[in-house]
Design a protein around this ligand. Structure first.
Ligand code: ATP
Ligand code: MG
Length: 170
């Protein structure tokens, strides 16, 4: 019997409860999940503070009890949107369906003939990477927007201090 694999991509700067809810939903519909870490080459930038390896850690620990096998694949950007879907497929295990609500991702995979499904958004006002980075910089509580394991990783790497430093001018 063929394995049904689902693909989910994000920058995960950082990985948060919205991503976790989507993946728990996808896990009910597929045999295996592939999680692509987009813009893998970026880190130490106000909009992209964390390395691909740190993001692997956040995701792997948060999904330890998912109950569905998963692979986490860092994917670097290429500066050619027209070739991007093929680039992703060259890096990931074969998959049947891409789950994404990002209009560009949906469009690029659809044009490449990939089946795309758009999961619902969970509390989008609160649950976004932009909001979490804003709260970190403002010194506001952010821990309840991410899985416990992510809060632990971010504390371990002194994320708030990194974000502050890389957001300053000389
Ligand atoms: P940023 O604000 O930095 O862009 P983000 O929260 O949008 O962060 P991404 O890593 O850009 O997170 O998104 C990865 C995928 O997760 C995208 O397809 C995005 O639409 C989806 N996503 C983001 N937030 C939520 C949410 N609250 N509920 C469901 N899906 C979400
Ligand atoms: Mg986004």
């Amino acid at each position: 019997m063929n394995m049904k694999r689902g693909f989910y991509i994000g920058r995960f700067q950082p990985y948060h409860n919205g991503h976790q809810s989507v993946l728990e939903h996808i896990a009910q519909n597929v045999d295996e999940i592939i999680i692509g870490i987009g813009s893998a080459q970026l880190s130490h930038h106000p909009d992209n503070p964390f390395t691909a390896g740190e993001r692997v850690l956040m995701i792997t620990r948060s999904l330890a009890s998912l109950g569905c096998p998963f692979y986490v694949i860092p994917i670097e950007d290429i500066q050619r949107n027209a070739l991007w879907a093929a680039h992703v497929r060259s890096m990931a295990p074969p998959f049947d369906t891409c789950y994404s609500s990002n209009p560009l991702v949906v469009r690029l995979f659809s044009e490449a003939g990939v089946d795309v499904q758009s999961p619902a958004m969970y509390e989008r006002e609160r649950l976004s990477g932009t909001e979490i980075r804003r709260r970190m910089l403002a010194g506001e509580p952010w821990e309840d927007l991410v899985p416990r394991e992510v809060a632990r990783v971010l504390t371990e790497i002194d994320a708030t201090e990194r974000l502050r430093k890389i957001s300053q001018n000389d």
